[in-house]
Design a protein around this ligand. Structure first.
Ligand SMILES: CC(=O)SCCNC(=O)CCNC(=O)[C@H](O)C(C)(C)COP(=O)(O)OP(=O)(O)OC[C@H]1O[C@@H](n2cnc3c(N)ncnc32)[C@H](O)[C@@H]1OP(=O)(O)O
Length: 406
């Protein structure tokens, strides 16, 4: 059987590596024109690949640096992992395991405290120390029943912009929202061209509308309408599908929703990847017009430097707790940590809770509870009283949400 070797991707090898990824994700071969557009967003930097005996790539992992907002509002350097795939005839031979090990060591060597990704399947990344740290929901609003409450969302104006104007304005507008809640990430310049090309400018068919309030532009929505009418069912209307909606203020948010629900010949307004706490029902005279269609994991987080990551966030009001953390891939993280409002220290004190780094990572941004993870065996409880304390320290009032797909 052929062996593989793993190394950093060299300049000029990106297209062959991208082809491996596209095949793994069941996408079509990359045409020359598509590659010409994508190449600037696909640098060799940050990519590791597995190669066969002929130096042909058969597996890839990729990342780029962003900043992730953590509880308390600090933004920590984070490796955004994307583009993971192994060619179908090379799977289950340990390629991903090797790629993840090399990539994590690279993050640790560069002093990156956090890594994050969106997972194609729930079973893949836990073994590498990643845990689901933010969640999102799909919603569908029955438009004929959905009347926005009087006096809400009327203060600003919404205008549909051209694709060119969207490309010019939306990235700067997004930068106004960064950091408002745990889980938000910055979007580096290399992220935007792929998004616009897929969705707006490259025939994706989505429109962009911008909300402006007293201080200028303060929100945007990316959406498309899919006409569902036919002669037999003219009342069916179109489905309005929200790709993304971001607002800097509650007024901008309400104004964008009022606009979406006012579009004629639409029977339902739907979106996926919305924050769990988005209060759409409260906006409407009939809260039952809103249905939650799914709840999904959103961002998976991996603490690469546990001490730095724990020190990067703030904590709720409780006495400190001593955690013992187990990390198979990055043993420098193994050990005990005293976590409290006044700081985080390594300690030799007796542990109160023992957990692996994936579980700690899933709780890190403030979603979920130690109390809920303990019964399933994710947290070993050595001192019962520590569970409540740990939950008060870690859980956040604001629900974490990422909302940026990579
Ligand atoms: C961040 C992102 O980009 S998400 C996108 C991820 N990519 C995809 O989903 C594309 C399609 N899938 C693939 O390319 C591959 O199946 C990968 C990348 C998920 C896994 O690659 P492989 O090289 O087969 O993984 P590897 O051989 O190292 O497996 C390690 C372990 O994980 C398990 N595993 C890996 N992938 C899966 C899976 N999809 N389902 C169940 N188990 C899996 C293996 O069985 C193995 O378990 P073991 O250690 O107990 O034997």
């Amino acid at each position: 059987m052929s062996e593989f070797h793993v190394r950093a991707v060299a300049e000029g090898e990106q297209r062959a590596c991208l082809q491996v990824l596209e095949e793994a994700l069941h996408a079509k071969p990359i045409a020359d024109e598509a590659w010409a557009k994508m190449a600037p967003s696909w640098p060799a930097e940050g990519k590791f690949a597995a190669f066969d005996d002929h130096d042909t790539p058969v597996g890839i992992t990729s990342s780029f640096d962003v900043e992730l907002t953590v509880p308390g509002g600090r933004k920590l350097l984070t490796a955004a992992v994307d583009g993971v795939g192994v060619r179908a005839d090379w799977t289950r031979r340990g390629i991903l395991t090797t790629l993840m090990a090399v990539q994590l060591e690279d993050f640790a060597a560069r002093g990156v405290p956090l890594a994050a990704l969106h997972a194609s399947e729930g079973v893949i990344y836990g073994r590498f120390g990643y845990g689901p740290a933010t969640f999102c929901k799909g919603i569908s609003v029955e438009r004929p029943r959905a009347q926005v409450r009087d006096g809400v969302g009327r203060d600003g104006a919404v205008r549909i912009v051209t694709p060119a104007e969207a490309v010019e304005r939306v990235p700067a507008l997004y930068n106004r929202f960064e950091g408002t809640r745990p889980g938000f990430t910055t979007r580096p310049a290399q992220w935007w061209p792929g998004f616009f090309d897929r969705v707006v400018t490259g025939g994706g068919g989505y429109r962009v509308a911008i909300h402006s309030g007293p201080d200028g532009d303060d929100g945007f929505v990316v959406y498309q309408t899919v006409d569902m009418r036919d002669r037999q069912a003219p009342e069916r209307g179109a489905l309005l599908d929200i790709r993304e909606l971001q607002a800097a203020t509650p007024e901008a948010w309400a104004g964008l929703w009022r606009f979406l629900l006012s579009v004629d010949l639409v029977s339902a307004v739907a979106g996926r990847g919305r924050p769990l706490d988005e209060p759409i029902a409260g906006l409407l005279t009939d809260p039952r017009a809103v249905n939650t269609t799914e709840v999904m994991d959103d961002l998976w987080v991996r603490l690469v430097d546990v001490l730095a990551a724990l020190r990067g966030r703030t904590y709720g009001a409780a006495e400190p707790v001593v955690l013992e953390v187990l990390d198979k891939q990055l043993p420098h993280n193994n050990g005990r940590y005293a976590v409290g409002q006044d700081g985080v220290e390594r300690t030799t004190a007796e542990p109160e809770l023992r957990l692996d780094v994936a579980t700690l990572s899933s709780l890190y941004l403030g979603h979920g509870f130690f109390a809920d993870l303990a019964p399933a065996g994710h947290v070993e409880v050595l001192d019962e009283a520590a569970v409540d304390r740990a939950d008060t320290l870690f859980h956040t009032a604001r629900v974490p949400w990422c909302g940026t797909f990579f």
